[in-house]
Design a protein around this ligand. Sequence first.
Ligand code: MG
Length: 382
Amino acid sequence: MKIAAIHAREINMQLIAPFETSFGVTHHRRILLLEVCSEDGASGWGEVTAAEGPFYNSETTDTAWIVLRNFLAPLLVGKTIETPEETLHYMAPVRGHEMAKAGLECAVWDLMAKCQSTSLSQLLGGTRAEISSGVSLGIHEDIGKLLDRIAQELAAGYQRVKLKIKPGKDVEVVSAVRNRFPDIALTVDANSAYRLTDTALLKKLDAFNLTYIEQPLEWNEIYQHSKLQRQLETRICLDECIHNLRDAQAAIELGACKVINIKLGRVCGHAAARKMQDYCMGHGVPVWSGGMLEAGVGRAHNIAMSSLPGFVLPGDVSASKRYWEEDIIVPPVEVSAQGTIRVPDSPGIGFEVNKRRVEKLTVREEEWTATRSAGGVPVGAS
Ligand SMILES: [Mg+2]
């Protein structure tokens, strides 16, 4: 299959409600969508999960656009691809920029699945017909409002609740939630807001029977987490500092975590995510799919990934309506009363991209081809 063109669009979407983590509040999203087109007119969709600012990792919507336009697209257009795994091979000269790469890699997987008239889940080797869904709740100023919100989410069927925490919004909040909901599956995510010197405080969280505590220490640090894990009863789940299979191997061998959150964007896409979940499964380490406030295309890719056998804990993939007035895919992602999402069995990601909606939300778009690359620079020149 020859890659003929890449159609890039930036869409702007307003979140239904602001989402606060330890590094800031998000009100609206600037999302890059990539449509990879084959020579015979088929196309696959990917979503770049970089945020607007370099606060979760070093990538942003704007850095991804530049790297894609000037470096990654020229490496891919005009190439003939037999298997989706080859996509990363072509992009290998570019170091880092995992989320930009993942946007293209995921689009190629969707395209390949459609060309083979199979679902993306099936092409990946997924074994689940439905996945378990949890919710991730941002930091709330008012504990009463947070408790009400949790009650609503549980009534909607969600199987686990993840609370974002930061210094000053941790033990007291978790204690209140655990008191009100003694039996729910409860986790916390610190997004790197603590240091090893906070160990005594973090140990207090052992009292609340958390499924895990996510990324308490520095975003790029594995070794310090191994020191902390030895002192905590609660399992540590790593997110920000795991970028590939080697990081997962190092973290598990060092005893830095007992759970891993796999995000497609952070690990360069489906091929790497599949290898990581396989390794983790072999080492008794459960994994789950974390969210990046994705629109429908990213959400659909997360659903397919979560159908792989190593994804044994409920993920962050939840209903479209929790985030968006109207999603960009049809049908929107829906969650059952039992807190599950059905894995589509139709070709590719299994959802239609609503082009009318995408066009309405688009603020810039470009098409990158082998003969007409960005800025008039011949593709071969890169
Ligand atoms: Mg996280």
